[in-house]
Design a protein around this ligand. Structure first.
Ligand SMILES: [Zn+2]
Ligand SMILES: [Zn+2]
Length: 339
């Protein structure tokens, strides 16, 4: 079969590799749609060290079961599925506490050295399979994983009916967070980003006000339209120093800041601002029960991910798309490959 094999920084050619065989308890999924994730782009450049060559990336995917390993009884060949990519142990203290997203023994399909779905087929442990309803297109199935992350962030943020929210960053996760906050009953949603194109998308997805901080003063706008003291809730979806600092500055005393962004490992932050203004800062990572609910959100039509999928391309186009994203030659929001 064909696969995009990550062979080292900036190297991910299309290769002919042996077809995967199902082990006991596994199935083989023929990949129909797989999303290109920012974490794959950072893995491709070698900057995060979270992709260990040689391996196949791709963790946001849907497909159809083509083979069953021994002991698989709940699924059949021909089933449409979407795969929850996190492999967790189920027995560590974190898993037992319901926090499988931070399992102490976690790994994942398409992460570290485990092969994922930038390929015609992938081996999947049966416990990771979810049914993909017939009315949900393959490409939308590929958006379930990032939507789960946004829904987890919204679930960990104190948003009640009509709470105003500021979201910093309108990449895939920031944009999906708009949709998740809407589901949760948020009031005014203000979104900040440096890209006019992304801000237009944020508007389309339901942001009430979009701000390009290179052209307007975000703090003034928040104080003018939410309240003089600042915003009760700020969500950071970039993961770099300037937006991390901004998230603290924009929160009102007693306010809540959620950090989803995960790019720069160390950031200098105004501790005193947090202390003297009683700000709560909450990190969020991955998802737990949100995965199944994200499928329902898409199936029911309460969340429409269609606009975010800006490019659908064959598997062979993947290396160029990832390279262009890594070099900043394109800022396509979500590209989906269809092996
Ligand atoms: Zn991802
Ligand atoms: Zn665990």
């Amino acid at each position: 079969m064909k696969a995009l094999v990550y062979e080292g920084p900036w190297q991910m050619p299309v290769r002919e590799v042996p077809d995967p065989e199902p082990g006991s308890g596994d199935v083989i999924v023929s990949v129909k749609a797989v999303g290109v994730c920012g974490s794959d782009v950072h893995g491709y450049t070698g900057s995060t060290g979270r992709r260990i060559p040689p391996m196949v990336m791709g963790h946001e995917f849907s497909g159809v079961i083509t083979a069953l390993g021994q002991g698989v009884t709940q699924h059949a060949v021909g089933d449409r599925v979407v795969v929850q990519p996190l492999i967790t142990c189920g027995t560590c203290d974190n898993c037992r506490a319901g926090m499988s997203n931070v399992c102490m023994n976690r790994s994942g399909l398409g992460m570290m050295a485990v092969d994922g779905a930038y390929a015609e087929a992938v081996r999947v442990p049966q416990g990771l399979l979810y049914d993909l309803p017939a009315e949900v297109p393959w490409e939308h199935g590929a958006l379930v994983e990032p939507l789960s992350i946004a829904m987890h962030a919204a679930n960990q943020t104190p948003i009640s009916l009509m709470t105003p929210v500021v979201i910093l960053g309108a990449g895939t996760i920031g944009l999906l967070t708009i949709l998740a906050c809407r589901l949760r009953g948020a009031g005014q949603v203000i979104v900040s980003d440096l890209s006019a194109r992304r801000l237009a998308m944020a508007r389309q997805l339901g942001a009430d006000r979009v701000v390009n901080p290179s052209q307007e003063d975000l703090a003034d706008i928040v104080r003018g339209s939410i309240g003089k003291a600042g915003a009760p809730v700020v969500i950071e979806a970039v993961g770099i120093a300037p937006t991390a600092r901004q998230s603290i500055e924009l929160a009102r005393p007693g306010g809540h800041v959620t950090w989803i962004g995960n790019s720069q490992p160390n950031v200098e932050i105004g501790m005193q601002q947090i202390v003297t203004r009683e700000i709560t800062v909450r990190g969020v990572y991955g998802f737990t029960h949100e995965f199944g609910r994200a499928i329902q959100a898409i199936r029911s039509g309460r969340v429409d991910v269609t606009p975010i999928i800006e490019q659908i391309a064959p598997l062979e186009a993947g290396p160029q798309i990832v390279d262009d994203l890594a070099r900043g030659k394109t800022d396509v929001i979500k590209a989906v490959l269809t092996p």
